[in-house]
Ligand binder design. Structure first.
Ligand SMILES: [Zn+2]
Length: 834
């Protein structure tokens, strides 16, 4: 047994040879302790989740199935009793009582298969039997529960805490024919403990543990692969969401009823012996209730299918002519099932005075879909849009909520006239309350979408797609496209960096720091959603055709595989604000300004987007203000234009400088570069992830005395230091150059120097300045500096302008001098250069 590869993809097939001849001795307490990873022992006190069990003497038909907690001494050990345990752990209800209820599910630890046998024999009860050769994954244990009949269990490495994921796995097991559809939900399922007897047999059969390999434990994915299970198609990948405490929605008179655990129609059909077999996912061949009307009374041609998107109460069809007009309604009538009970939806009951709990209940239902979230206090959903099916974030409005709720819930209210519950649409006032109520507690917060795996703080790579409660990001990607070494070394990082630099070979970077900046832009593109804030990148050239657009598009591919459209750079702040809000609304991976014809003006809104993780703004056509995440990569390019003033410290310039006279005529050796990279996006993105992960694993080494870039320390850590660590120049070098060259800074520096030359570190007011400047001749150097800065009027200092100027430049640090205001009270503020 021990030589079996534990990762599932093996040629393992269970056979009688794997079974130990002598029953293995493992106590029930040890079994529980190992299966639940010690949890039962910690669960001793208070209201912590706990595995449950049942025990009784004799025939299970007359057994007492009340569940008890399996903790320490309460774990049954009598060999002459029927002893069972649950595959999952459960929370207590409000009253502190434990029971095997779906809504109390906390986590699943074991996958169990029943009725596994070396020899499938025809039986009367039609229960699914699993032949040994279907067990293609080495079990954690095999328990013989009657002669030649086995229960097989697989321990999970990490428990499944998402009830939907547990359900999904259970459905996949049923779909693969490895479990009886009627065996009950994954949560309520019971399996026998190793020590105990099967009282169904006469005399009782002593259970025998025949395989005990607790080291063979698996992730759900390995179970899928190992047992050849297939996922049932879902609207979107389901994602791990925090478990919702039912106490938030239940209690008092109920406004919320979870969706039925069992399909009553299927159960009724089964109890009447009408189900012949399951034909495909959710479809059953059944005996037609009107069989007697069929030609020759043939027991054929009738089908029932379980509720789905298009058949809210399920479907029925019989091919026989006499049944032509019959549908699910007739079947329900025949079965005596109230059509309302056939809806497999959670139910909201409108009761006066319960608005708050109704709102929480709806938020709970939305949270469980895995594609509804809250963003800055508003309900949003992630949707695929466009032909390419790119994932975007969309704010939910009342109409959209009404439509979505109709396929997620049933609403009802008490009708005074008919004196019974009557189904209704969600009333508008509730829709408004749900949307505007502000508190969306059970809905997970969404910060953004990432199109690739992310790097965790410890350097591990999060490869699961879907929602990550830790980072609050929604991963929209195929995990198998990406391969990052488990513990990347500096050598791995070096190799990965060479891989990325090979793509940049043909670009005519002016200096090595420009190449470094391009790589930093690529790293930023890959992890942008993880960074609170990041600078903008601007590719600048002197002549058209230098490849600047090409380089920006190459960088963009690292942020997304989708096509990226370019916008015109706005000419004023108002336009800029409108544009940025509308662009940021769907949480795009990239915003691109291609081929700028003006300098990058420090529009206030753009400055904010580059230094604040969240910005607010008015949505066009709506009267309200919304808050949006700014976790989007911003790129631009242009000839002979670049960032000015306040933008200089927010933009990393990348200079291209081709040596040919006419770069337009330049021949590229890899004209299909963008397509190539797009096709192998996973490979190249993995290179970027490897570089960052390796740097973190190496202890995040930082080059001492590197100039800091205000507001971008997290970005510096993950996108700047790794390149310095690998011996490349500082990608931010140009930022400091441009900041130094910036005309306004130059002027401010000159004024600071002049003031410092006289006042040194002494405090001064505008009046002091004026007296000093006016003491100089008009053509003196000092006077000239203030004149150039626009601060004089005739022969005197313009006091009003100068006051404004000092206020505006408070906090500036130029030429190693920082202007601070030391006294705020009084008519004249006092400043100082430090
Ligand atoms: Zn029929």
């Amino acid at each position: 047994m021990t030589d079996i590869d534990k990762h599932g993809a093996t040629d393992f097939v269970l056979s009688s040879e794997h079974l130990s001849q002598k029953p293995l001795e493992v106590s029930n307490a040890d079994f529980i302790k190992i299966a639940f990873q010690g949890l039962a022992y910690q669960a001793g006190e208070g209201n912590s989740p706990c595995p449950l069990g049942v025990r009784f003497h004799g025939d299970p038909c007359h057994g007492n199935w009340t569940a008890v907690r399996l903790v320490n001494e309460s774990i049954p050990s009598a060999a002459d009793e029927n002893n069972y345990y649950t595959l999952s752990v459960f929370r207590p209800d409000k009253a502190g009582k434990y029971s095997r209820k779906k809504e109390l599910f906390s986590a699943q630890y074991v996958i169990g298969l029943d009725d596994v046998t070396p020899k499938v024999i025809a039986r009367q009860d039609n229960k699914a039997q699993i032949p040994f050769d279907r067990i293609t994954l080495a079990p954690s244990y095999v328990l013989e529960t009657s002669e030649n009949n086995f229960q097989v269990g697989f321990f999970l490495k990490q428990p499944i805490t998402d009830p939907r994921k547990a359900d999904e796995l259970s459905k996949a097991i049923i779909a693969a024919g490895l479990s009886d559809p009627g065996a009950g939900g994954p949560t309520a399922r019971l399996m026998r403990l190793p020590v105990g007897c099967n009282g169904k047999k006469h005399p009782p059969f002593q259970c025998r543990l025949r395989v005990w390999e607790p080291g063979c434990c698996y992730t759900p994915e390995e179970i899928f692969a190992g047992l050849g299970l297939k996922l049932t198609p879902e609207h979107l990948q389901t994602t791990a969401i925090p478990i919702i405490q039912p106490s938030q929605v239940s209690g008092g008179s109920s406004v919320f009823t979870p969706s039925p655990e069992f399909n009553i129609v299927l159960e009724t059909l089964k109890s009447k012996g009408m189900v012949k077999k399951r034909t495909s996912s959710g479809k059953y061949e059944i005996t037609c209730p009107w069989r007697s009307e069929h030609t020759d009374m043939a027991d054929t041609g009738a089908e029932y299918w379980e509720p789905d998107e298009h058949h809210p109460v399920g479907g029925f069809k019989c091919l026989h002519g006499h049944c032509a007009g019959r549908n699910i309604k007739d079947l329900l009538e025949f079965l005596g099932v109230n059509p309302e009970d056939a809806y497999m939806f959670p139910r909201i009951t409108i009761r006066p005075g319960e608005a708050k709990r109704i709102v929480i209940a709806v938020n709970t239902v939305l949270a469980q879909t895995g594609y509804f979230f809250q963003r800055s206090g508003r309900i949003v959903r992630v949707v695929r849009c466009g032909l390419e099916g790119r994932l975007a974030v969309e704010e939910v409005n009342a109409s959209c909520l009404l439509v979505d709720l109709s396929s997620l819930t049933r609403w009802q209210h008490y009708d005074g006239r008919s004196k019974q519950m009557s189904v209704c649409d969600p009333p508008t006032k509730y829709l408004q309350a749900i949307l505007e109520g502000g508190n969306h507690t059970p809905l997970p917060e969404l910060i953004g979408i990432t199109r690739q795996p992310s790097v965790k703080e410890d350097g591990a790579i999060r490869t699961e797609s879907g929602y990550d409660p830790e980072t609050k990001l929604y991963g929209d990607f195929k995990a198998s496209d990406f391969t990052v070494p488990e513990a990347p070394t500096k050598e791995d990082a070096e190799r990965a960096l060479n891989g990325i630099e090979a793509l940049l070979k043909e670009f005519p970077f002016e200096e090595e720091c420009d190449r470094s900046a391009a790589v930093a832009a690529i790293l930023t593109a890959v992890i942008r959603a993880q960074l609170r804030v990041a600078p903008m990148f601007h590719v600048r050239a002197h002549l058209p055709g230098s490849g600047k657009s090409y380089l920006t598009y190459l960088i963009a591919i690292f942020a997304t595989g989708d096509d990226v459209g370019a916008s015109n750079f706005p000419t004023n702040d108002e336009e800029c604000q409108k544009l940025l809000i509308s662009l940021l609304l769907p949480a795009p991976p990239v915003i691109m300004f291609d081929n700028l014809t003006t300098d990058i003006f420090p529009h206030k809104s753009l400055c904010m987007v580059l230094t604040e993780p969240v910005v607010s703004g008015r949505i066009l056509g709506a009267s309200r203000v919304t808050e949006l995440s700014t976790r989007t990569l911003i790129l631009s390019s242009g000839n002979n234009v670049g960032p000015i003033r306040d933008m200089t410290r927010r933009v990393v310039p990348i200079y291209l400088n081709p040596t040919e006279e006419l770069p337009v005529t330049r021949q590229y050796k890899r004209p299909e570069l963008l397509e190539e990279v797009k096709k192998q996006r996973g490979k190249y993105v993995s290179c970027a992830l490897t570089i960052i992960a390796a740097w973190i694993r190496a202890g995040s080494p930082k080059t001492p005395s590197l100039r800091t870039l205000n507001s971008y320390s997290q970005w510096s850590d993950l996108c700047r230091y790794p390149l310095l660590w690998l011996g490349r120049p500082d990608p931010a070098q140009r930022v400091f150059e441009v900041m130094t060259e910036d005309p306004e800074r130059e002027q401010v520096g000159a004024v600071f120097d002049a003031i410092h030359g006289y006042f040194e570190k002494r405090p001064f007011t505008v009046r002091d300045l004026a007296q000093w400047v006016e003491a100089h001749a008009v053509n003196s150097e000092v006077f000239g500096i203030f004149e150039e800065a626009g601060l004089v009027c005739g022969y005197a200092l313009d006091r009003k302008r100068s006051g404004w100027w000092l206020k505006h430049h408070e906090g500036w640090n130029v030429n190693d001098k920082k202007l601070i205001r030391i006294k705020k009270s009084g008519k004249l503020p006092t400043y100082q250069l430090v």
